[in-house]
Design a protein around this ligand. Structure first.
Ligand code: SF4
Length: 266
């Protein structure tokens, strides 16, 4: 499918939960989040029926995000249900890897192909500070498990302040080289002020070639991360919600005062 700017839209990012076991400073407020009541979170059947319609309209690349997707109960079953849908060529996940040692092999057996893993530093103390309490050993072990299980490629999402020559980014780069992981450098973004830039090493944030739609855990289609517009799939129905999102997808991002990274999946 194409939007009114003739951009091919074939990429769907699905946030399957607004919950996370970490509290990264650039994503989650210190006081935690107001969690959505269970009834407002899409069920697996609702997500799968939505993806089937989206694939029939032209989506062939799906990424599962959160919050932290691996905290969603039954996540391996959901991956299996989505990977069973004909027409999906690329099924990926973005995770903080702290639960990958537990799930990596099951996820591969369920059909997951590749992962992006959040890693901004190799310094255990800085990691604990950035994530407000995370243990970097769990993450590094999760990265090892991703390789052992055969997820490919494994990419590291490294949040930077300004450029990839910052000391922490350089250590992540070197680490990536030693383990065979590609590194993506994501400058810190601000939804409400509309501060964002193109992901170094990726195509996120490049509005002129934007190919994505987002489905939030509460069933809202977001045609753009940096925009307040959203379309409710439970109210409009899957196809109509996708059509309206496609018709209204903006030429480029501006700002977003209605969502947060933890419930939009970045
Ligand atoms: S800001 Fe919006 S249009 Fe630009 S790349 Fe992100 S989602 Fe696409």
């Amino acid at each position: 499918m194409y939007d009114r700017f003739n951009r091919k839209i074939n990429y769907l990012r699905i946030s399957v939960t607004d919950r996370c076991n970490l509290r990264c400073r650039y994503c989650m407020p210190e006081e935690g989040v107001i969690l959505q009541p269970h009834s407002s979170i899409l069920t697996f059947d609702e997500i799968v029926s939505f993806v089937k319609v989206a694939v029939s309209m032209g989506i062939d690349k799906v990424r599962i995000t959160g919050g932290e997707p691996l905290v969603r109960k039954g996540i391996v079953d959901l991956v299996a249900m989505i990977s069973a849908i004909d027409g999906i060529k690329d099924l990926a996940m973005t995770t903080n890897a702290t639960y990958l040692r537990k799930y990596a092999f099951e996820l591969v057996n369920a059909g997951l192909q590749r992962v992006n893993i959040s890693l901004d530093t190799l310094d255990p103390e800085k990691y604990r500070q950035i994530t407000r309490g995370g243990d970097i050993e769990e993450t590094l072990d999760g990265i090892d498990a991703a390789f052992e299980a055969g997820l490919r490629p494994v990419k590291l999402n490294c949040v930077i302040r300004d450029n990839h020559n910052e000391s922490d980014a350089r250590t992540v780069t070197e680490y990536g080289k030693t383990i065979g992981a590609e590194v993506r450098y994501i400058r810190e973004m601000n939804l409400s002020s509309g501060q964002f830039s193109i992901v170094e090493g990726g195509d996120g944030g490049n509005c002129s070639i934007c190919n994505r739609l987002r489905l939030t855990a509460t069933g809202k289609i977001k045609p753009c991360l940096f925009n307040d517009m959203e379309f409710d799939v439970r109210e409009l129905g899957n196809e109509e919600a996708i059509r309206q999102a496609l018709d209204k997808k903006p030429a480029c991002g501006s700002y977003n005062n209605t969502g947060d990274f933890y419930n939009l999946g970045g």
